[in-house]
Design a protein around this ligand. Structure first.
Ligand code: HEM
Length: 221
């Protein structure tokens, strides 16, 4: 694309605001894709030879994918310089919680028959389940405090609380890694781990640059 055209399009203040506003419904439909796919596969009897294992794993994977998309929103805002993308963050976070909830329910129902004592035993016995459970509790806290009302009530503590998402991301990778360690199969989980580390590294770098900027401004005041 010639430079004058791209400049004209991308430099417009309203361009990113438009993308952010119009992209939200598209993102919502995209978020429902995994659910629609499971129904489609179920309807056509294609949920593999082991549907329980397939749904249990698939829901965990989609929860992780949604979590990583949520973590992409801040870098996207910083790269475009447009805060309108923040509108997407809550929706992506809620989709993360939704798929994590289905994943947890699959385990509670199909693995543990909804017996509380069996669930507690499994959490105590298998460390990878304990880590997944901790990550799930963290996601539940973030989902229930994602409302405007919670933002108002918690004030500046809200942002601090929502930094929990970084700990959750690491916990989910540990959960996934531990699960695959039993099978000595680290190929896919390594890709997710690298993406997660990249996204967390981006934030660390951003914070360091901002601190440096503030210090420089203070020095020249
Ligand atoms: C109550 C909390 C959780 C429990 C009890 C749990 C349980 C499990 C179990 C039993 C598996 C193995 C599934 C199988 O081999 O059939 C698994 C795998 C997995 N879980 Fe979780 N999990 C929890 C939370 C989470 C959360 C919060 C996430 C992501 C946000 C997550 C992501 C994954 C992923 C990516 C896998 C690997 C899927 C694969 O093998 O392809 N889990 N989890």
């Amino acid at each position: 694309m010639p430079e004058w055209i791209s400049k004209r399009i991308f430099n417009q203040q309203s361009f990113w605001a438009n993308v952010a506003a119009k992209g939200k419904p598209a993102l919502f439909i995209l978020g429902l894709y995994p659910l629609a796919r499971w129904f489609w596969l179920g309807w056509h009897d294609q949920l593999t030879a082991n549907p329980i294992e397939f749904l249990s794993r698939s829901s965990g994977t989609w929860a992780l994918v949604c979590l990583l998309i949520t973590l992409c929103i801040s870098p996207l805002r910083q790269m475009t310089g447009h805060s309108a993308f923040i509108r997407w963050r809550r929706m992506c976070g809620l989709f993360t919680f939704f798929y994590a909830l289905l994943h947890a329910l699959a385990w509670a129902w199909w693995d543990q028959g909804f017996f509380l004592s069996a669930m507690v035993q499994d959490i105590i016995k298998r460390p990878f389940i304990a880590v997944g459970f901790a990550a799930f509790l963290g996601l539940a806290i973030l989902a229930f405090t994602s409302t405007h009302r919670s933002m108002r009530v918690l004030g500046r503590h809200w942002q601090r609380l929502h930094r929990l998402v970084y700990v959750i991301a690491i916990a989910v990778i540990v959960h996934y890694w531990w699960h695959k360690a039993g099978k000595n199969d680290f190929a896919t989980v390594s890709i997710y781990a690298v993406i997660t580390l990249f996204l967390l590294g981006w934030r660390v770098q951003h914070w360091r640059l901002r601190r440096l900027e503030t210090k420089t401004k203070q020095a020249y005041r």
